[in-house]
Write a protein that binds this ligand. Sequence first.
Ligand code: PRP
Ligand code: MN
Ligand code: MG
Length: 182
Amino acid sequence: AAEIRDDLTDILVTEEQILHKLDEIAAQVASDYEGKDLLLVGVLKGAVMVMADFSRALPTPVPMDWMAVSSYGAGTKSSGVVQIRKDLDTDLHGKHVLIVEDIIDSGLTLAWLLENFESRGAASIEVFALLRKPDAAKVEVRSKYVGFDIPNDFVVGYGLDYAEKYRNLRDVAVLAPHVYQD
Ligand code: PRP
Ligand code: MN
Ligand code: MG
């Protein structure tokens, strides 16, 4: 197979920029949640990379848990109807939950998750998304922490996939059209 970089056009955010941003946001989160019972919740699979690096940028021994969800129905993404494929292991009662996501695209996944979490008795629920596409928003998601706003391009890397591949690219980059066109 060809190398990953042959399938990309622009690098939008480099690994170095990401790690620098994660340090900044981790310092903010550490301060905002000082003395609170913080739980990080990652959304599989895209959030694996950002959870790994973000959690290690935090100075406290923070617990993490994972949700796996999938868009329901045929065809393309995010009908907004979401199915839980793996639920949390943790009881949210009294916890200060910070959902960790790779990207807010249409916003439908996080809008659904936030609503789903509302009834679980958490002390608070906030969102950290590494990336956000303002021009793709179908619903507004209240995200307390956002790493980078990016254009509405087809991006991959740092956890983001195309057909399950490219998650292992270190940077966030635009996928070249030849990859998904005939
Ligand atoms: C991607 C991404 C976010 C979601 C954002 O996940 O990781 O979770 O889509 O899109 P939205 O704002 O339009 O809902 P995906 O459903 O592709 O699953 P994955 O994380 O396993 O790749
Ligand atoms: Mn995802
Ligand atoms: Mg995906």
